[in-house]
Write a protein that binds this ligand. Sequence first.
Ligand code: DX5
Ligand code: ZN
Length: 226
Amino acid sequence: MPTYRIAPSLLSADFARLGDEVRSVIDAGADWIHFDVMDNHYVPNLTFGPMVCQALRKHAVQPDGAKVPIDVHLMVQPVDALAQAFAKAGADLISFHPEASGHVDRTLQLIQGEGCQAGLVFNPATPLDVLDWVIDKVDLILIMSVNPGFGGQSFIDSALRKTEQARKRIEASGRDIRLEVDGGIKVDNIRRVADAGADTFVAGSAIFGQPDYRAVIDAMRAQLSA
Ligand code: DX5
Ligand code: ZN
């Protein structure tokens, strides 16, 4: 069985208490912190920048002090300058939408050159074809199961078929690439997403919308180990 990871999205957290929310969700069993960056240009919403990531870096730790990866999802255009700023602000993984970068190969190299893992994000209508040319420079593939910009949306089922296709590409590449799905993931559909080949799951409203984060994350893990 693959090592599954749960990555709560801060988009649905209490923005007035982000440090506490990061610590709470890690105490509740989160593996990664999913950090949704929106610029009100590439997507019609605006969230937080590198300074907030830097402020949260010291909170994204396990009780024993081990770092919890900050998984930055850039919904921004252009990409490069912000990718560099987030790398300096303590991001561990930085993913971007290929449509938002003028030079996908160069942006991937820029992120890896900053010492971060690099990911590509595929919107519901975006095919995986770019992977034909850059899968050797990708550490993470992020499949959007909602249209980017907002939390609390419904899961788009075609993301399952795209996740299966991505899993096949990863296996053919022979590389250790994470396969993350993002948007509308709940306790009652996470198993189907895992069966399609995902190993990392973003959940925002399903977790932060509930009073007991541990209960939700435990329920998700129970589905994954069923
Ligand atoms: C949407 C973001 C997602 C979103 C997930 O643009 O990329 O990460 O926050 O939120 P839920 O789990 O509520 O769909
Ligand atoms: Zn996201």
